[in-house]
Ligand binder design. Sequence first.
Ligand SMILES: *Cc1c(COP(=O)(O)O)cnc(C)c1O
Length: 248
Amino acid sequence: MGSEMCIRDRYGFMIIEDASHGIGGKYKDQPIGNCRYSDITVFSFHPVKIITTGEGGMALTNDEALAHRLALFRSHGISSSAADMQVRPNDEIWNYQQIALGFNYRMTDIQAALGLSQMQRLDEFIGNRHTLASRYDSRLTSLPLVTPWQHSDSYSSYHLYVVRLKLDQIEKTQRQVYDAIYAEGVLVNLHYIPVYRQPYYEKMGFKQGYCVQAEQYHREAISIPLFPGLTEAAQDRVVEVIREAVSL
Ligand SMILES: *Cc1c(COP(=O)(O)O)cnc(C)c1O
């Protein structure tokens, strides 16, 4: 664990990294998922993510005790390891005991096989994403958009390529730009709606205006297509469609 975790140690909380998008990325040349700055890192293997197992994901930790508990929770809280089992008088030790309240979070072997084969292509996927992202960077600079800024310490997995519209330089609303792009058959999206604007959290009392910057971002953001199989010709067309959509 890095000294960067000193706030965690001082106040005694734990850090769980939601790195659902982050597999294949790096920070200061170290892979996301090494848990240098967290107790647990999670990846999602949902079909739209960097690699997939159909559904499912992975939790990573360097803490043996946590790893053991995660494995227990994965399978009904049941252990068949002699070290976990209680020896009680007049009890036979059968081949398993339930020692915690778990659930069934198991991945099937078939999913795992897909995941292993996907892992072999991880660097290729991320490399393609980087090539495409830098093509976008150079081709979109002249437009009234903010392209994703990258810190020199970070090597993004580029799960998404989100541009921010400079709405003061565009005579259209975000929705009009979105619709204009979509009408040309280019699948754009909005990532994401600030979580507290969801009805579930609003019921807890969160209101519009709570995170002004997040809301500003939400009014300007549009995700444009980025995936390893995107051809350069298709990407160039996306750029042209965007250019027209943000023009007067
Ligand atoms: C996809 C995603 C999730 C959910 O992942 P599941 O595999 O559906 O559990 C959570 N957080 C972020 C940031 C994600 O992108």
